[in-house]
Design a protein around this ligand. Structure first.
Ligand code: 1HN
Length: 356
């Protein structure tokens, strides 16, 4: 007994002196550093549109887009306070641009995606080409491309931003520049990139370069039509050619020139859950952020669940078992850090274990 107390206090004293040398004992933290299963402080969370909207509107009265540079409410994971991030790797936020506003041009090494949640008529300009936003459109701002946003229309427009900020920070590879003008010049008419790269064709001299998609808008009407066709073909059949037991009908967005993900670090998906769908339990190592486009349903975890409605955003952390239920036919957009997991051969998924 006496000897034990002695050992404990000797160790404490040793650790204290050791800390002055910028060293510490591995044996005190080994189990945490290398856990048996994925361990993240990130929590499942939902940001309901009806709760977010009044705060977005208020932000519009408090600060202009120009003054803020980007008027965004960060969706910070409640399990990662102070880290300005939604999952350990991926940042998410809701960005508002009001009629007549511009968000000035800059570029950075972080890649961004936008998913249009509410309103239409704003544009994002990427490297000299504008694309007009409609609800459900999925838009890319590749790393190190000049981008600015503007709203020449008459509606407030809100979109969900997703960026690989924490990944680029971890790598110490953050660079950023502001353009000398707020709005970059238009160099090509709207629709140019979509015509060159978005019709299952490529320019004669196209050379794939940096793994980034050459099209930067995936219009909702086209993605939705594909899902609905597959839904119609599948009927209520589960399995090959039919519904996936966990995901309903789910497709991934693709870089048409490479077959890879549109952003090297982020994969994005669109899925339809038929009315009455009760998904099988699922988990995967990538932490997933969802934006609800249409319908109504519920996501069930082992010990709690969230009801979701259109324009809600929710996050499912790495390896957290869950099931999707749809009380109405639902369309969900989602994105995650899956390409990083896959590049490192770390991605795992597990289908069908019971949610207790
Ligand atoms: C950014 O450039 C945008 O361009 C949005 O709209 C959110 C969050 C952090 C850093 C850069 C944008 C951002 C961002």
């Amino acid at each position: 007994m006496h000897a034990k107390v002695d050992t404990a206090s000797l160790r404490r004293d040793y650790y204290q002196r050791l800390s002055t040398q910028a060293m510490k004992p591995l044996w005190e933290v080994l189990a945490n550093l290398v856990p048996p299963l994925p361990a993240t402080d990130a929590q499942a969370a939902i940001w309901r549109w009806e709760d977010a909207l009044p705060f977005l509107r208020e932000s519009g009265e408090l600060i202009t887009a120009q003054e803020a540079e980007r008027r965004v409410l960060i969706l910070e994971n409640p399990g990662l306070p102070g880290q300005n991030t939604c999952t350990p790797t991926i940042y998410a936020g809701l960005q508002l641009i009001l009629p007549g506003e511009v968000a000035p041009a800059h570029r950075h090494t972080q890649s961004a995606l936008r998913f249009v949640v509410d309103g239409e008529g704003a544009y994002t300009a990427v490297n000299g080409e504008r694309v007009t936003m409609h609800p459900g459109d999925f838009i890319i701002t590749p790393k190190w491309t000049w981008h600015d946003h503007g709203n020449p229309g008459d509606q407030a427009v809100t979109w969900l931003d997703g960026l690989d900020i924490a990944v680029v920070r971890m790598l110490g590879a953050q660079f950023r520049e502001n353009l000398h003008e707020a709005t970059q010049g238009v160099q090509r008419p709207e629709g140019d990139a979509a015509a060159r790269f978005g019709a299952n064709m490529l320019p004669l001299d196209y050379q794939p370069h940096d793994g980034v998609t050459p099209i930067f808008c995936y219009p909702y009407h086209a993605s939705r039509a594909a899902l609905m066709q597959l839904h119609e073909n599948a009927g209520s059949r589960v399995g090959e050619g039919g519904l996936h037991a966990c995901h309903g009908i789910k497709l991934q967005y693709v870089n048409p020139a490479s077959g890879g993900s549109p952003i090297p670090t982020i994969a994005a998906f669109l899925q339809v859950l038929p009315k009455g769908f009760a998904g099988a339990p699922y988990r995967s190592t990538d932490g997933m952020i969802y934006s609800v486009v249409e319908g109504e349903g519920r996501i069930e975890f082992d010990d709690h669940s969230f009801e979701f409605k259109p324009k809600d955003t929710f996050v499912v952390p790495s390896w957290m078992r869950h099931r999707l239920h749809a009380s109405e036919q639902s369309v969900l957009f989602s994105f995650s850090d899956r390409p990083i997991h896959k590049a490192l051969h770390l991605w795992r998924e597990s289908v069908g274990e019971s949610v207790s």
